[in-house]
Design a protein around this ligand. Sequence first.
Ligand SMILES: NC(=O)c1ccc[n+]([C@@H]2O[C@H](COP(=O)([O-])OP(=O)(O)OC[C@H]3O[C@@H](n4cnc5c(N)ncnc54)[C@H](OP(=O)(O)O)[C@@H]3O)[C@@H](O)[C@H]2O)c1
Length: 210
Amino acid sequence: MRIGILGSGLMGGKLGTIWARAGHKVVFSYARSEQKLKKLGRHGTPREAVLEADAVLLAVHWSRVDDVLKQAGDLSGKTIVSCSLPMNADDTDLVIAHTSSGSEALAKKVPKARVVSAFNTVPSEVLFGVFAARRKARRPSLVYCGDDARSKKIAAELIRDVGFDPIDAGPLRIARYTEPFTLLIAQLAYEGDEGPELAYRFERFGGRKH
Ligand SMILES: NC(=O)c1ccc[n+]([C@@H]2O[C@H](COP(=O)([O-])OP(=O)(O)OC[C@H]3O[C@@H](n4cnc5c(N)ncnc54)[C@H](OP(=O)(O)O)[C@@H]3O)[C@@H](O)[C@H]2O)c1
């Protein structure tokens, strides 16, 4: 798959690196230092990153979303996997929640793109660990949601490539629940004593078999 990374920081830098290792063709973009992009690998402008991409990862701070989208240009028909959370400037609170979500607000900004909300429920610190453990039988879960079946399939593949078990949480509006859930994960990751390398796993007991 050709993957364009918009925002090559903690999330974009790591996820892009992992996908490149998994065999995808990744183009990194949008960092303040050209040097940093160079170190990550193939890179370009946001427009170049999205131009031929089968999937675009949006991984910028909420305050940079409009800017990076403007720089990216036409996103019609593109699958946008967004890990961006609608956080305020000092990252202490969600600025959109309950009656909408960052992912839904994003979909309104780019109505012709197909937005999938994914990867925003885990700390960046756990990503390489999950990738390293991907051949183990019990994978951690990763919830994702979106309104377009084809794009969700692409997202699920990318989730699997990192080493998670993709959990389809339904339509994009379910991001109203997954985004606040991340604040719980962040509390456990960053305020606990055991470090931020935290993932989660949903278990089912009995009940209906698929
Ligand atoms: N970090 C996590 O664990 C985590 C977990 C879940 C969700 N998220 C969400 O994922 C998104 C990305 O988070 P992150 O932690 O990866 O952020 P980050 O490390 O700050 O990365 C953001 C990227 O945007 C670039 N950038 C910022 N301002 C810019 C500007 N004016 N011009 C060009 N590039 C600019 C940064 O450049 P530089 O590299 O030069 O700084 C960096 O590459 C956020 O919405 C966050 O809420 C993060």
